[in-house]
Design a protein around this ligand. Structure first.
Ligand code: PGA
Length: 313
């Protein structure tokens, strides 16, 4: 392995994790021939093939599997080393890696603003993804902290609520139901409905409420983003249920309105979580403390509307 480089190991790790040269190339911003070449050189250094192609699928060989496990150890040790060095340097420099569910992207960047002003040497990497993918990241210990609304009950994690995240029914502002009070849930189930994609925590919560009431929603469209759903509502395609925070920057001219529906808002919270026993870096610990002590206040100060008021309609 004397001739192998760290870069080759990184490339190999990405190909093995995705079982795909193309996806690894996308993730690493490299071309596919470069990725293939790096893996080829690494196989040469190892002296054995690392992958085998069966039909369209790519499999790790036995040597590949052992190298993949070794890579994970090496990268984990390097990341621990980075943490210890960042701690030695105090909060002046270092990185903070966050994975947040899609609804939290309406709040977390606004919370990061004042935090990054306070600690300008910190680089932040923010991954925005849905509930299911976030749990994958958590399982693989890819980030420092994770923000979501539904903590997993089958993982050993440390869980801390820091902000309300109510889900509300949103319609086009000229929708006939806009001025009605205490609209029955059954009436909502009759409307064309726009739903988040499978794997979304929002979808899960909505589905559960309607299932609990024995009602079937008329789902006309599945969309993978809150913004796309807002556009579809404004385009008159239907109504939906989204986090009230998705309206935080709408302002008073918004095309959207919150309906007054029985059993709503669905009361939820955002939690910041991390694997129990994980040693947080000084930076992650400082951001964690900031979220818990100042998060709510900063979120309210930086919204163009008061989302909670919006929800009580
Ligand atoms: P989602 O999660 O982006 O997966 O819908 C949001 C949430 O659970 O609040």
């Amino acid at each position: 392995m004397k001739n192998a480089t760290l870069h080759q190991l990184k490339v190999f790790e990405a190909v093995a994790r995705h079982s795909s040269f193309t996806r690894a190339a996308e993730e690493l911003f490299l071309t596919q021939p470069t990725v293939s070449m790096q893996v080829k050189q690494l196989s040469k250094a190892v002296g054995m093939p690392l992958f085998e192609q069966v039909g369209k699928r790519l499999y790790l060989t036995e040597a590949g599997k052992r190298l993949y496990a070794t890579c994970q150890d090496v990268f984990e040790r390097l990341s621990q080393f980075e943490i210890s060095i960042a701690d030695l340097k105090g909060l002046k420099q270092g990185s903070l890696r966050l994975s947040v569910v899609t609804t939290a992207k309406y709040v977390i960047p606004r919370l990061l603003g004042p935090f990054c002003q306070r600690y300008p040497g910190i680089d932040v990497s923010l991954t925005v993804t849905n509930h299911e993918y976030l749990l994958d990241n958590l399982g693989e210990n890819r980030d420092d902290l994770y923000i979501l609304s539904q903590p997993p009950d089958d993982m050993d994690v440390s869980i801390h609520p820091f902000l309300e995240n109510p889900l509300v029914v949103i319609a086009w502002r000229n929708h006939p139901l806009v001025n009605e009070k205490q609209i029955p849930l059954k009436r909502i189930a009759e409307e064309p409905f726009i739903m988040r994609e499978p794997g979304s925590g929002t979808r899960h919560a909505v589905q559960q409420l309607f299932d609990d009431h024995g009602l079937d929603l008329q789902v006309k469209l599945d969309l993978g983003s809150n913004e796309a759903i807002k556009q579809a509502i404004a385009g008159g395609l239907g109504i939906s249920v989204l986090s009230v925070h998705t309206l935080a920057l709408e302002g008073t001219n918004s095309q959207l309105a919150v309906l007054d529906v029985e059993s709503f808002p669905i009361q939820r919270y955002w939690y910041v979580i991390y694997p129990s026993g994980k040693q947080l870096s000084l930076i992650a610990q400082t951001f964690f403390d900031y979220l818990l002590t100042e998060g709510k206040e900063v979120a309210e100060q930086t919204a163009l509307i008061n989302p909670t008021e919006f929800s009580s309609h």
